[in-house]
Each structure stands twice: as structure tokens, then as C-alpha cells.
Design a binder for this molecule. Sequence first.
Ligand SMILES: Nc1ncnc2c1ncn2[C@@H]1O[C@H](COP(=O)(O)OP(=O)(O)OP(=O)(O)O)[C@@H](O)[C@H]1O
Ligand SMILES: [Mg+2]
Length: 465
Amino acid sequence: MTKNDERTVLVVDDEPGHRLMVRAVLEDVGWKVAEAPNGEKALAMLDAVQPHVALVDMKMPGMDGVTLMRELHARTPDLPVVLLTAFGSVGSAVEAMKQGAFNYLTKPADNDELAAVLEKSYEYRRLIDENARLRLPQDEAIVGGSANIARVRELIDQAGPSEATVLILGESGTGKELVADGLHRASVRARKPLIKVNCAALPADLLESELFGYVKGAFTGAVKDKPGRFQLAAGGTLFLDEIGDMPAHLQAKLLRALQEKVVEPLGSVKAVETDVRILAATNRDLRADVASGRFREDLYYRLAVLEIAIPPLRERLSDLPLLAGHLLRKLGKKNNKEIRAVSPAFLEALTRHNWPGNVRELENVLERALILARADVLGPELLPPQLAGLAGSSCPSGTEGGAEAAANADTTHAGLEDAMEDAEREALVRALDTYTGHREKTADALGISRRTLQYKLKKYGLTKR
Ligand SMILES: Nc1ncnc2c1ncn2[C@@H]1O[C@H](COP(=O)(O)OP(=O)(O)OP(=O)(O)O)[C@@H](O)[C@H]1O
Ligand SMILES: [Mg+2]
């Protein structure tokens, strides 16, 4: 990782003298410089060097600079490429800019200008990395390698940017709120507020005034106007959680708000226009509630323009290793404690449990274990009571006495790391296949940064895929 903390430039030029000069100038201002005499060599060393910026001569024997730039971008789309052109061929440099060069310099480049242009390109690169993080804070990634979860992510990508109302279905703790966050972030409303209302948490009267607001004097205690969440969400997204628990008369009022795009604050005769996108979630079987008359059919169809159903964790146990890894990283940050791996016995118990509380339950199990752990590997003795019996006979979970337990831990250690690595490689391969090798999507799916992905691909010899 240390290599990547230094800012690195890849200089591609067929003239050794010019490479030498550039190296001297750039090293002087703190760059790490990697050199290649032609395009083929540059591409071959790309994975090893992982440059932040590439400085490429336009005219080289063999692959020319613009072709090399295209090849570089095919592999690392965000890499800023600065082209060096001979004096007088600025026309073709401008053409190259249109094709995606970050900037160009005429040769021989002025030292200060060279340093300044590279500095800018580095800043640009950092901005892109930051934006990527803004788009998808890693702790909020929807992790899982199963086809089910891949489908959920795909639906978010497709439905996110649209204005469609989305109904998110799933048992408690399956990640409904996480999906709502993802949809909002993927929308054009991402920079506007995402306002959440839990329809099950408030008594009916309060829910009504929270949603639609009220005017002064609407009821005793209404001493001034109060905007509802509909108004607070203006321009953004309103997430109606536990919509299945909304009382009947509010269902009618909500339907009207959705159809006519206006709300009437309590005590007011004036309708207020609203501009919100609605997302809703429930752990109830809404169709059944419609059939039994508990939930309005017309409202159901308004809400379920698109449905995203998140399957319970017990139906996608193959997600467990990835989820556990992701959650342990997240919890590790929160608790300031690093866990490197889980033991095979611990993992086995996880796969035997039926997870009525889904991912939230998993998160709790892991947090408890992480807090109690005395080493950086989670053993079966750290399982909570509801899972303790599931760890299998190979691991005496009640074993006490330090020396013996420590010796046991040591002998299982090598095997454990192999097992974790096998699982990790497997997950990488599956994610790469799902996203046909697209690096950014693969990294997002796995909940790791692109740099980490790059590193792991190299580690497992998967870079050529
Ligand atoms: N696929 C996933 N990848 C990563 N984290 C997840 C995933 N699914 C759920 N989580 C995490 O599990 C916890 C529970 O998720 P969330 O609150 O979104 O569930 P929910 O369906 O809204 O639950 P409830 O019905 O109880 O409100 C959160 O901390 C969330 O970040
Ligand atoms: Mg929730």
C-alpha cells in the first residue's frame, strides 16, 4: 500500500534523454517516476505501477500516444493522461483533448509548466476518487455475491435515476433502508434531502401532522406554522418506512398527495405543491393486506410502480463470508479494533443459523464477538447463545484453559487463512463474472475500494480477466 500513497507518474517516451530530464524535474517536486520507452511496455507495467497520472509522448514508433491513451483508458478510465506534442502539432493535440486527454504540453516542456500541469491532473484524479466515494460511501455499499443481491443492485442502478416510486419489500433487517439510501444516491435528487418517516413509530395524529405539517391554530398547541416532511423533502426524496402500518384515513390522504402532487397542512384550506419522489418500504405482505382490505389497492399500485424485494438472509447464505468481512471492517472502524478473519468453526455456525433478524442480526452477532475478542481472529467461543450450539463437533466451544486453547488456535490457523483466501478468490471471480470484468462495479459490489480490488486481483493472479 505504501507505493500507492506516493503520487506516481508513468512517463512514456521513446527518447531516453527526454525521459531523464522529465524524471529530474518531477522527482524534484515529489513525484515517483516510472518510465516506459513505448506503449506496449507501458501497458505491461500498468498494474504494477498503478500510476495516478500518465505523461505520454504523442509521436512514438509502434503504438502512438493517442492509441496508448485509448488503451490506458480502457483499463483505467479515470487515469488522467497528459500528452506531449512536438512544437507546431498543436492541432492534433487539441484533437487528442477531444478524445479524452486531460491536457497537453509542447515539447520540450517548460519545467514549471510541467510540474503545474501534473499537479492539476493529480488534483483532478483525487476529485474523481472523492466523487466516487461520495456516490457510494463504502460503509453503505450493498454487499453480497449471490444472484439475488446482484439483482437488487441492478434494480437500484436502473430505477435509481428515474422518478419512479419504488416499493421495497423485505423482512426486518434485510437492508430495506440501505436500498432506499442507494436509490436516493443514484437519483438526480441526490444532493437534495432524503427525508425518512417511520409510519409505524408514530400515533396516527402525530404521523399526519409530521407528514403534512400544520398551520398556526390548527389545534391547541399549534402556536405557529410547521412544515411537514413532504415540504422538508422538497426537491428530494421522501422515504415512507413501514408503509404497511399506515392507518386507513392517512392512506387516502397520501394517495391524494401522490396523485395531485399537493398536500394540505392541517388546519389550512390552501393546498401546497410538492416536489418529492416517494420511496416506501414494508416488511408486511402488502398484497395480502390489499386482499384483506387492510391496505388500499389504489395506493398499492401507486407505490409499487417498481418493486424491489430483498430475500431473507437464510435464502442467500452464500452472501455470509462477504457480508461478514464487510461488516467486520465497518464495525472495526466504529469500535477501533481490527479483526483479520473468522475461524472456520465460527463461519460454519453462521451458515447453520436461520437468521430471523437477517443482516441486522448478523451485524449484532459480529459486533458482540468483535468487542469480546482478544485476538484478531474470531473463534466459536465468541458466538452468542442462539448460535453457540451450531459450531459443529470439531471445535469444543467450551474449552477453557489458556495454553490448550492457544495451541488449538495455532494449528487451525494456516488452514483458516487458506480457507479465507479461497473464499475471497471465489467471491472475486464471481463478482468479476457478474460485472463482466467492470472494475468499478465489481469493487462496489464487494464493498472495497478500486485500489484494494486492484491489489487483490494481482494477489490472486486475476488481472488478465
Ligand atoms: N447487503 C448488505 N450489505 C451491507 N450491509 C447490509 C446489507 N443489508 C443490510 N445491511 C446492514 O444491516 C443493517 C440493517 O439494514 P436496514 O436497516 O437497511 O434493514 P431494514 O430492512 O430497513 O430493517 P427493518 O425492517 O428492521 O427496519 C444496517 O446496518 C445495514 O447497513
Ligand atoms: Mg428499516
